[in-house]
Design a protein around this ligand. Structure first.
Ligand code: ZN
Length: 391
């Protein structure tokens, strides 16, 4: 968000540009000179209000101006953008709406103003109005692809994933690489999730195949497939997929462990889960991932899962020192029940996920960053106090 001084600085730049422009156009013709004089007076009044933080009066002056040159139009568009970025959406809308409705505006000017107005509506969360304008601009040579990208964003916010897939195809027709395959794979994953919720497993599997075709080996695709297998009585397949994921991505064990424990409800399932976890826990990263997963989820109380925590604690000098002297270094379960609530509290005190792109922090996993809308940029972090004291 620009600061007040940024805005004032931008205003001064406009003032300088406007004065230079107006003086440069002074002509000999009396009528022309009078019109130029009036335009200059209006600009000066408008910017004086702006610099005095009387934004509404400034907007009154700008919207009341007569015919606009391209330069003056650009200045007003930029001013509207600054209002929007300051969160003064009403003022931005007034300014841009006025530019759209001017009889004297050229087609190019009207398109530019319409795009800016739709951006205002998007910022204000008025998706219907924004969508209507972006749809009209789809055929625009200058704004067409940007309008499609904004429509895609609206689809993401409104969970209209079918349409998102169609828009991706349209965008890629305009230029290959406009939409990345991993992003498109997420849209198919969203459709698979919807189909799963609607108890349409065949459709869900079709969507997962599409996602797989877009990005082979995608973690999210594998997770949904495992959930789908679990839903329809294929627990062994589900366990095998989750164990495989935990082996290649031990940092995701916090997400995987609750699913695995939910599948360890039969003797066969329990044995398979235990066998898989022993395999994962044989590596330092795997053991750490399982232990942190157990600490994170207080519902996990199966002794064979808790044993991994006991082994982990015994190998960590700082954590081991928290145990009663008789329990230290024994890899025994005796000290775990007393220590676990404390470890859980410490772990919860830190944020567990952070966006690589914008730094957004969250306590839960997001496939799409709520801050910058990027996909696959939110990752588990090592920023919590607990993860800082274990090795
Ligand atoms: Zn982000």
């Amino acid at each position: 968000m620009p600061t007040e001084s940024t805005f004032l600085f931008a205003g001064l730049l406009f003032l300088a540009a406007a004065l230079g422009y107006v003086f440069a156009r002074f002509g000999d013709d009396d009528e022309e000179e009078e019109a130029e004089q009036s335009a200059r007076t209006n600009f000066l009044r408008g910017f004086r209000y702006l610099l005095n933080e009387e934004s509404d009066r400034a907007v009154d002056v700008f919207t009341g101006a007569n015919d606009l040159s391209d330069d003056a139009m650009e200045t007003q568009l930029a001013l509207g953008t600054l209002f929007r970025r300051r969160g003064e959406i009403d003022r931005a809308i007034r300014l841009h709406q006025n530019l759209v409705e001017r009889q004297s505006s050229s087609v190019a000017q009207r398109e530019a103003a319409s795009f800016a107005l739709a951006e205002d509506y998007l910022s204000a969360g008025l998706f219907d109005r924004a969508e209507e304008i972006f749809n009209r601009l789809r055929e625009s040579r200058v704004h067409g692809s940007d309008a499609l990208r904004r429509l895609l964003r609206i689809c993401e916010v409104t969970s209209d994933w079918d349409r998102a897939v169609d828009l991706c195809a349209e965008l890629n027709r305009l230029g290959s690489g406009n939409v990345s395959p991993p992003q498109l794979a997420h849209y198919y994953c969203e459709l698979a999730e919807q189909a799963r919720v609607q108890k349409a497993p065949e459709l869900a599997r079709q969507m997962l195949s599409q996602a797989e075709a877009m990005e082979p080996g995608k973690v999210r695709t594998a997770l949904i497939r495992a959930d789908l297998d679990a839903d329809y009585g294929r627990a062994v397949d589900s366990i095998d997929s989750l164990i495989h994921l935990g082996t290649v991505r031990p940092d995701l064990l916090g997400e995987l462990l609750p699913r695995l424990m939910g599948l360890a409800t039969t003797p066969q399932g329990r044995e398979r889960v235990a066998q898989g976890l022993r395999q994962i826990g044989a590596t330092p990263d795997g053991l750490r991932g399982i232990a942190l997963g157990v600490i994170r989820d207080p519902r996990i109380n199966d002794p064979f899962a808790l044993q991994f925590l006991a082994v982990f604690v015994s190998g960590q000098p700082v954590l081991n020192a928290l145990l009663a002297p008789e329990d230290r270094g024994l890899e025994s379960l005796a000290g775990v029940p007393r220590l676990r609530p404390l470890l859980h509290t410490i772990l919860k005190a830190g944020m567990r996920f952070q966006c690589d792109n914008c730094g957004y922090e969250s306590a839960v996993m997001h496939w799409q960053c709520p801050g910058c809308r990027s996909w696959d940029t939110v990752q588990p972090t090592s920023s919590s106090v607990l993860e800082g004291i274990v090795t």
